[in-house]
Design a protein around this ligand. Structure first.
Ligand code: ATP
Length: 706
C-alpha cells in the first residue's frame, strides 16, 4: 500500500499488531524498513494514535536517522507523522527521572559533563586516590568507567562485583564508595539513568501505570544490543499487554563490553510464550559478491545462530583488497579515487578506532573535499597524550606559565617534589604581573634550596633544551619532547592497559607533525582539527562520511572503504591477547562482528584496505584480511592485482592525457579514464563497470596510455 514491495516475512511482520513479536534477521534484510512499515500500518490501518507508539534504538544518531527514514517513507501518508517518538532508552529514562525528581522535589544533578565542577571523572579520580594512595592513570580511569557501565547494565550483585576481572586495585571498594556518594548527593551519571529509572518503576506503581498507559506499542530496533537492565525496563513498561515488537541480528552485537546481551534476543520466545517470531535472510542492500563474502566471514564465528544471508541482486563489482605500503599511500589513493566520485555522501570511510580518521580529516581539508563525521566525540583530540604534547610546546613559548608547567613538570623525568613546586608558587606570588610575565619557571625552581645536584643538572639541561627548541622553531618538536625531554620514558613507566592506543596516538601526532613547520603551527593544526570535527559532526552536509564501524550500524552507502584492517586495530589488541593467552574467543568474535557490520554497509562497492607500515612501524596482517583472502582465493588473483615485474618504458606514458582525465577506450571495459597512477598500476574509472586496477602494460596495450 505504501509503494514498498515487501516479501512475505516482512509483510507478516509489518502487519503484526498485538502481543510480543521478534524479527530475527540478517544484515540488510529490511529490519528497520519493516519496523517503520509496521509503525505506519499501526497508524493508518489500525488507527492507532501516533503518540501511543514509542520506538527506541541504541544511539541518538540512530534514532534521528530512523525518524528521518520513517518520514521519508511515509510522510505523504500520515498526517501527524512527527508525533511518532523515536529515542534512545537513555533519553527516555532521563525524561522519566527528571519528571519524578521534580515531583518529589529532589535536586537532579547530572555528573557527565567534564567541564562542570562536579563530574564523575573528578569524583572517581578522588576516590581512587583516597583508596589506593596514588593517582589514577587515564587508562585506569577508562577501565574503571567501562566496568561500572558493565556492572550497571548487567545488574551484577555485590558478590559478582567482587569476582569481576580487573587490573584496578580495590575495585569493589571504589565502586561501592562511588555509588554511596552519588546516592547521598543525588548525583546521576549516564549508567544510573537506567538503574534509577528501573528502581522508580519498581517502587512507584502509579508512575509505572501512567507510563504503561501513555504508550500502547513499544518497539525496539537493534535489539541485539539491549542490556539486561534495559530489557527489564522494557518488560515492565510493556505490561500488561506485552505489545513489544523487537528487531535484531545477533551477528551485529557490538556492545557486549557495555552489557549488550544478545542471549535476550534469542531467548525472547521463551520469555514471551505467545511471541511471534519472524525470520528474514534475504539481503536487499548489497550486490552478490559483497554478500557472499560477508556471509562467509561471519560464518567463522562460533557463538551465533546459523543463518544464511542471500541476495537476488546481481554479482556487481568484485570486492577489492588494497594493501598499501603505509598510511600515506592509503590516504592519497583513497582521496584520488574520491575526487572522481559524483555523490560524495554515498561514500563512507569506516574505521575501528577514531584516530584512523584524523589523517583523513586533515587531508580532506587540504583537498577541499566536504565530509561529515558521525562521531561527535573524537576522543583522539581529547586524549591526555595530545594534551601533554600541546602543553610541552606551549610551555616552550610561554616559560612563565605556571599552569602549563603544572601539567608537565612530573613528566620531565626531573623527579621534582611537590615542595619545590610550592616554592615556585610562593615566589611567583611575591611578584607583580609584569615581573611574572618575564620570568622563566626553571630559574625560580633553581632557587629552591633543597634541590639535589642531579636535579639541578637535569633542570639546567631541560631549560637549555627548551631555549634551543624555542630559538630553532622547527618541526622537530616531537623528537624534542619524546627523546630529549624523555617523554617516551615517562610513557614507558605508566601502567598502561592499552599500549596500542598510546602507539597510535603518538603515531598520529607524528603524522600531523610531519605536515607542519613549527610547534606553533602544530598547535594551530590541533585547534583547527578540533573545530573542524565539531563543525563537520554538527552539519550534516553532503560530503564523504567518516565513521567508526560502531556508529555506522544501521546505515548503508554505495561505496565503502574499510580502512586500517591490520592486527591491533581490526581485530584490536585486547581481543588478540584474550585469544592467545586464555583461548577466549568472545572478544575476538565481537571484533569479527564489527568487521561484518562494516562489510555489510556497502551497496555496490566494497574496498578492504590494509597498510604494511603504520607510522613507520611494520604492521601485522589482520587475521580478518587473511580470512578474506582465503575466501576470495586471492592468492591466485594476486598477480592481476599488483603485477610487479612489468618492464615498461615510462616515457611512453602520456601523462598529460592522464592529468587531463582524457577519456580512452579499453577493449573489454569500454570508455574510461585514469584517475591514479601508482608504480606500475593504473586505477581506471570505467563508465560501465566503475573503478578497476589495470597494469600499465595493459593500459598501453589497450590504448589507455600511449
Ligand atoms: N522488500 C524490499 N524491497 C526492496 N528493498 C528493500 C526491501 N526491504 C528493504 N529494502 C531495502 O534494503 C535496504 C536495507 O534495509 P534496512 O536498512 O531496513 O535493513 P536492516 O535489516 O535494518 O539492515 P542492518 O541491520 O544491516 O542495518 C534498504 O535500502 C531498504 O530500503
Amino acid at each position: 500500500m505504501f509503494g514498498i514491495q515487501l516479501n512475505e516475512q516482512q509483510r507478516l511482520a509489518s502487519l503484526h499488531k498485538d502481543g510480543p513479536a521478534i524479527v530475527l534477521a540478517v544484515a540488510g534484510a529490511g529490519k528497520t524498513t519493516t519496523l517503520c512499515t509496521r509503525t505506519a500500518n499501526l497508524i493508518t490501518k489500525h488507527k492507532i494514535n501516533p503518540k501511543k507508539i514509542k520506538t527506541m534504538t541504541f544511539s541518538r544518531a540512530a534514532a534521528r536517522d530512523m525518524k528521518e527514514r520513517f518520514i521519508k517513507l511515509f510522510g505523504e501518508h500520515i498526517r501527524h507523522i512527527h508525533d511518532v517518538e523515536f529515542s534512545t532508552i537513555h533519553s527516555f529514562a532521563y525524561s522519566v527521572i527528571a519528571y519524578y525528581y521534580r515531583q518529589k522535589n529532589i535536586p537532579l544533578i547530572i555528573i557527565e559533563n567534564e567541564k562542570e565542577e562536579v563530574n564523575k571523572y573528578y569524583i572517581l579520580k578522588d576516590i581512587f586516590k583516597t583508596v589506593n594512595h596514588e593517582y589514577i592513570t587515564e587508562e585506569q580511569l577508562e577501565e574503571l568507567l567501562t566496568q561500572i557501565t558493565y556492572i550497571k547494565n548487567m545488574m551484577l550483585k555485590t558478590e559478582e562485583i567482587e569476582e569481576i576481572k580487573t587490573t584496578i586495585k580495590n575495585f569493589a571498594l571504589i565502586f561501592e564508595t562511588y555509588e554511596n556518594i552519588k546516592k547521598e548527593k543525588h548525583y546521576i551519571d549516564y549508567d544510573d539513568m537506567l538503574t534509577v529509572m528501573y528502581n522508580i518503576l519498581i517502587h512507584e506503581p502509579q508512575l509505572l501505570k501512567a507510563l504503561q498507559n501513555k504508550y500502547d506499542y513499544w518497539q525496539v530496533d537493534e535489539f541485539q544490543d539491549t542490556s539486561i537492565i534495559q530489557y527489564e525496563i522494557l518488560k515492565l513498561l510493556a505490561e500488561p499487554n506485552n505489545n513489544l515488537f523487537c528487531v535484531g541480528d545477533d551477528d551485529q552485537t557490538l556492545y557486549s563490553w557495555r552489557g549488550s546481551y544478545p542471549k535476550i534476543l534469542l531467548d525472547f520466545p521463551k520469555a514471551f510464550k505467545e511471541a511471534k517470531v519472524y525470520f528474514m535472510e534475504e539481503n536487499y542492500r548489497s550486490t552478490q559478491d559483497i554478500i557472499k563474502l560477508s556471509n562467509r566471514v561471519i560464518s567463522l564465528n562460533e557463538q551465533r545462530y546459523k543463518k544464511n544471508i542471500f541476495t537476488q541482486k546481481g554479482k556487481g563489482l568484485p570486492v577489492f583488497i588494497e594493501e598499501f605500503n603505509n598510511e600515506k599511500t592509503q590516504i592519497k589513493t583513497i582521496i584520488e579515487e574520491i575526487k572522481q566520485k559524483k555523490q560524495l555522501h554515498e561514500v563512507a570511510i569506516l574505521f575501528r578506532n577514531n584516530f584512523s580518521a584524523i589523517p583523513f580529516i586533515d587531508s580532506f581539508q587540504e583537498n577541499n573535499i566536504p565530509f561529515y563525521i558521525r562521531e561527535h566525540k573524537m576522543s583522539f583530540l581529547k586524549h591526555w597524550i595530545v594534551k601533554d604534547i600541546v602543553s610541552f610546546i606551549e610551555f616552550a613559548y610561554r616559560p612563565w606559565d605556571l599552569e602549563l608547567f603544572n601539567n608537565i613538570y612530573y613528566k620531565l623525568n626531573a623527579f621534582l617534589s611537590k615542595q619545590s613546586i610550592l616554592h615556585v608558587v610562593q615566589q611567583l606570588e611575591k611578584m607583580d604581573a609584569t615581573e611574572r610575565g618575564e620570568i622563566n619557571v626553571f630559574d625560580i625552581l633553581l632557587t629552591y634550596p633543597h634541590l639535589k645536584y642531579y636535579q639541578k643538572d637535569r633542570i639546567l639541561r631541560i631549560k637549555y633544551d627548551f631555549d634551543v627548541f624555542r630559538r630553532q622553531n622547527t618541526n622537530s618538536f616531537m623528537h624534542f619532547i619524546r627523546k630529549r625531554l624523555k617523554y617516551d620514558e615517562y610513557l614507558g613507566k605508566q601502567d598502561l592497559t592499552s599500549e596500542e592506543v598510546v602507539n597510535n596516538t603518538i603515531g598520529t601526532l607524528e603524522y600531523l607533525a610531519s605536515n607542519v613547520t613549527t610547534g606553533l603551527d602544530f598547535i594551530d593544526k590541533i585547534n583547527g582539527l578540533k573545530s573542524l570535527v565539531e563543525e563537520a559532526s554538527r552539519n550534516k552536509q553532503k560530503g564523504v562520511i567518516l565513521s567508526t564501524i560502531h556508529s555506522a550500524k544501521g546505515l548503508e552507502f554505495d561505496d565503502v572503504y574499510v580502512i586500517d584492517v591490520i592486527n591491533g586495530v581490526l581485530p584490536n589488541t585486547s581481543s588478540l591477547n584474550q585469544l592467545k593467552k586464555y583461548e577466549d574467543s568472545s572478544e575476538f568474535e565481537e571484533e569479527r562482528r564489527a568487521f561484518y557490520v562494516a562489510l555489510t554497509r556497502a551497496r555496490k562497492q566494497l574496498k578492504i584496505c590494509s597498510i604494511k607500515k603504520r607510522f613507520e612501524n611494520i604492521t601485522e596482517e589482520s587475521i580478518f584480511l587473511k580470512e578474506v583472502k582465503q575466501i576470495l582465493n586471492i592468492n591466485q588473483l594476486k598477480p592481476n592485482i599488483r603485477s610487479k615485474e612489468i618492464d615498461i618504458d615510462t616515457t611512453k606514458i602520456d601523462m598529460n592525457a592522464y592529468k587531463k582525465g582524457k577519456q580512452l577506450k579499453h577493449k573489454a571495459f569500454g570508455k574510461g579514464c585514469i584517475v591514479m597512477l601508482d608504480d606500475s598500476i593504473a586505477t581506471v574509472d570505467f563508465d560501465s563497470v566503475g573503478t578497476k586496477k589495470v597494469d600499465i602494460k595493459t593500459c598501453i596495450k589497450y590504448g589507455l596510455l600511449i
